[in-house]
Ligand binder design. Structure first.
Ligand code: C2E
Ligand code: MG
Ligand code: MG
Ligand code: MG
Length: 274
């Protein structure tokens, strides 16, 4: 490398970048083969209402890597998103969600199923058609399918996003803004988009009610939602104290370890019958 210290730092930096890029590439190759071999697992985490009654579940992907063990979604979802692999992964989750809804419907259970939809997936030319086909082929009740999107989707191509959302809502499905309050978008979109629900991010729930700032943010979100007639689900509810605080401020749905860990979708379904 170079003689002076500044140059050296640049060299180390480049080496780090190189290592990180290689690591990403290795992860992507393994992920590709996991998708090809249908090795990704779908988990379900229950959602309950204020009375503790089960109202539905969110589907979450899990990747059991043969050498690394379970790779956290926070690591593999961004890689899949960047490489476009998320499109296939997401389509499969939607298909599973619809099959699950149809199965629940046949059992006479009106439970909702939420799926995470990444920006790349949402922007696919045939995304609306994909959802329509999944609903149609399974006979799932569309109104019980909730598509969770993040505010990042709303920052770009606003008009396209809004138009597509309206097309999907016309199919009967519902939209939820995931990790609400953590993005960079303006609140103006709340009144212009056909939304059904807001999900309060875990980071705000975590320290409420003991942290006065987080408590204030949670209350503000619930108040905005009430005035806009949006439903609210809190994520990451771990303690009874958090749940009581949320319920006292009229939060409709609660999701978190206090009420149930994510578990394999099949196990969750089997548990409903017991
Ligand atoms: P998310 O959609 O906000 O999901 C909630 C995350 O919080 C999940 O993390 C869940 O396991 C975790 N969680 C739930 N309750 C608690 C709790 O009480 N305490 C704590 N500490 N955590 C809790 P997970 O499963 O690691 O997923 C992380 C993120 O990965 C998800 O955040 C979602 O953005 C993304 N993701 C997962 N599955 C999919 C998928 O099928 N498609 C897409 N596009 N993204 C996905
Ligand atoms: Mg989510
Ligand atoms: Mg979330
Ligand atoms: Mg979150």
């Amino acid at each position: 490398c170079a003689k002076d210290r500044g140059r050296n730092q640049v060299c180390f930096f480049e080496q780090d970048m190189h290592a990180a890029a290689q690591e990403r590439l290795a992860l992507l190759q393994d992920l590709k083969s996991a998708v090809d071999n249908d090795a990704l697992l779908t988990y379900a985490q229950p959602q309950v209402d204020a009375a503790g009654q089960l109202i539905g579940a969110e589907l979450l992907l899990r990747w059991p890597h043969p050498q690394r063990g379970f790779v956290p979604p926070a690591q593999f979802i961004p890689v899949a998103e960047q490489a476009g692999l998320i499109v296939r992964m997401g389509a499969r989750v939607i298909q599973q969600a619809c099959a699950t809804l149809a199965e629940l419907h046949q059992q006479g259970r009106a439970l909702s199923i939420s799926v995470n939809v990444s920006p790349r997936q949402f922007r696919q030319a045939d995304f609306v058609e994909q959802v329509r086909a999944a609903l149609h082929s399974t006979g799932a009740p569309a109104a019980l399918l909730t598509l969770e999107v993040t505010e990042s989707l709303l920052v770009e191509n606003w008009q396209d996003t809004a138009r597509r959302m309206h097309e999907l809502v016309a199919l009967g499905v519902r939209f939820s803004i995931d990790d609400f309050g953590t993005g960079y978008s303006s609140l103006a979109y709340l009144k212009r988009l056909p939304l059904y629900e807001l999900k309060i991010d875990r980071s705000f729930v975590q320290d409420a009610p003991s942290d006065a700032n987080d408590a204030a943010i949670v209350q503000a979100i619930l108040s905005v939602a009430r005035h806009l007639r949006l439903r609210v689900v809190a994520e990451g509810v771990e303690t009874r104290q958090q749940a009581d605080f949320l319920i006292a401020h009229h939060c409709h749905g609660l999701q978190g370890y206090l009420f149930g860990l994510p578990q394999p979708l099949r196990d969750w379904l089997a548990g409903l019958k017991g």
